[in-house]
Design a protein around this ligand. Structure first.
Ligand SMILES: Nc1ncnc2c1ncn2[C@@H]1O[C@H](COP(=O)(O)OP(=O)(O)O)[C@@H](O)[C@H]1O
Ligand SMILES: [Mg+2]
Length: 267
């Protein structure tokens, strides 16, 4: 059975919550009605997060610099200015990853073990990282709490269309150290909604892989195995709460200037 997309899952939840959703573009932007007022949901704009948090997380170099400043579990990395920088980094780590500084969806990812593989890359478009061999975990955070933990099994491939198996873990097995660091990372980047991805090496050591500010919902609703996390309803409920919170602020005489509070909605 085909899995529903993030937009479809959210639209369905909006309908269940009696928000009268209407598509504005097919399976893209849709309108909802909260307390008689129209609002628009556009997933391309990471509802629930502010612009700066989204920008910091999207740039893999900026996020690594921030993790470094906070002594978080960083993967050794380099922003190469030249081929010779990149070659030095490969010599040091033997097996490295090159990925676009602001990439997404596992596009244009290269595992590099030979100097000749670097020569063909326009090196200043990439961030380099030490290759971590192990498993990949995703901690899903909403409003300061972890609501789901998944393992992504991709095999050895880093191709965009690689097969994926997603294991959802029940609460008792979530790692307290990773719960803590995920909450901390979201706080540092000022994100209300995020998937914090980790690589766990074969000795059990955790490294932050990346932070996604609008992770897809479909695997949380239909994991290969393990508990379902109804993230669409939690997310939609949070949007309603934000709309009502913003309204209550604007009504307040002392904070009536705060009309621009960013809740990630157009409306
Ligand atoms: N340092 C690394 N070590 C091992 N694998 C990596 C590393 N960085 C990325 N990968 C692989 O490449 C994939 C995509 O990298 P990621 O940083 O998640 O970028 P994207 O934003 O494209 O999802 C990951 O899911 C993982 O399989
Ligand atoms: Mg990723």
């Amino acid at each position: 059975m085909k899995k529903l997309s993030t937009a479809e899952l959210l639209f369905r939840s909006a309908r269940q919550l009696s928000l009268n959703p209407v598509w504005i573009t097919p399976l893209g932007v849709f309108e909802i009605t909260v307390d008689g007022e129209l609002h628009y949901i556009d997933l391309a704009h990471s509802p629930l997060n502010g612009d700066i948090g989204v920008a910091l997380a999207k740039n893999k170099y900026v996020s690594r610099r921030i993790f470094e400043r906070h002594h978080l579990q960083n993967i050794p990395f380099m922003l190469p200015l030249s081929q010779s920088d990149a070659k030095e980094f490969l010599k040091l780590h033997h097996k490295i990853i090159a990925k676009p500084v602001s990439g997404a969806g596992a596009k244009d990812i290269h595992i590099i073990t030979e100097i000749s593989q670097l020569d063909v890359l326009e090196i200043d478009k990439y961030i380099l990282e030490k290759h971590i061999t192990g498993k990949e975990l995703r901690y899903l955070l909403l409003n300061g709490n972890i609501v789901g933990v998944h393992q992504s099994e991709y095999g050895d491939s880093v191709a965009e269309d690689r097969p994926l198996r997603r294991i959802s873990f029940s609460k008792e097995t979530w790692d307290p150290a990773l719960l803590k660091s995920s909450v901390e990372i979201a706080k540092i980047l000022n994100l209300n909604f995020a998937a914090i991805d980790y690589l766990i090496d074969n000795s059990g050591k955790a490294f932050i892989l990346e932070v996604n500010t609008m992770p897809g919902f479909k695997w949380f609703h239909a994991p290969s195995i393990g508990p379902v996390v109804n993230i669409a309803t939690l997310f939609m409920q949070s949007i309603i709460d934000s709309v009502r919170f913003e309204k209550s602020l604007i009504k307040h005489p002392f904070v009536s200037d705060l009309k621009n509070v960013n809740i990630g909605l157009i409306g």
